[in-house]
Design a protein around this ligand. Structure first.
Ligand code: GDP
Ligand code: MG
Length: 180
């Protein structure tokens, strides 16, 4: 979904994963980033746009939130359409949300382009005392499925920026390679 008019890029990124893993909080935490004065949080619609600069070019990340559709397993194909990046989020304190990652990956495979950049996100790393998913399990799954991997806390604001930025950077790299 890149728009290469001049030096501008627009990337659609979707956030998926079970209900209550922290998807919306990750996005709002990211969208309030103080390092990004151009950021614009859109309220009442399904996505937020973040503007950043990579290699002197303006890159817009349009990040989509499921807005609760996942509760009814009713994430539509329109949600995935045109996505070039995806964050698949689970909650490190709820094993089931990690076990369901496989299903989210399947759904992604069904609806999105095969070379979509994927980041596995183990959220709520602040809940170490009730952790049910070892870091190593996340890392292994990511390795076997070809995903980036990071643990985050939307609460503590740990690793939230890199979770999104690594995805945007990788998409950008893929696109600029193609244009050579
Ligand atoms: P979504 O359904 O995936 O969008 O999840 P939400 O963002 O609505 O969060 C679900 C619940 O988890 C809320 O009660 C949040 O306050 C809580 N939550 C989200 N992120 C974190 C986190 O990093 N740590 C902790 N402890 N709680 C979180
Ligand atoms: Mg939500």
């Amino acid at each position: 979904m890149e728009n290469c008019g001049g030096e501008e890029y627009l990337f659609k990124i979707v956030v998926i994963g079970d209900s209550a893993v922290g998807k919306s909080n990750l996005l709002s935490r990211y969208a309030r980033n103080e390092f990004n004065p151009n950021s614009k949080a859109t309220i009442g619609v399904e996505f937020q746009t973040q503007v950043m600069e990579i290699d002197g070019k303006e890159v817009k990340a349009q990040i989509w939130d499921t807005a609760g559709q996942e509760r009814f397993r009713a994430v539509t194909s329109a949600y995935y359409r045109g996505a070039v990046g995806a964050l698949i989020v689970y909650d490190i304190s709820r094993r089931l949300t990690f076990d369901n990652v496989a299903r989210w990956l399947e759904e992604l495979k069904m609806h999105a382009d095969s070379n979509v950049v994927k980041m596995l996100v183990g959220n709520k790393s602040d809940l170490e005392h009730i952790r049910e998913v070892p870091v190593e399990d996340g890392r292994k799954l990511a390795e076997s499925e070809g995903l980036f991997f990071i643990e985050t806390s939307a609460l503590d604001n740990t690793n939230v920026m890199p979770a999104f930025q690594i995805v945007v950077r990788e998409i950008y790299n893929n696109v600029s390679k193609k244009m050579l």
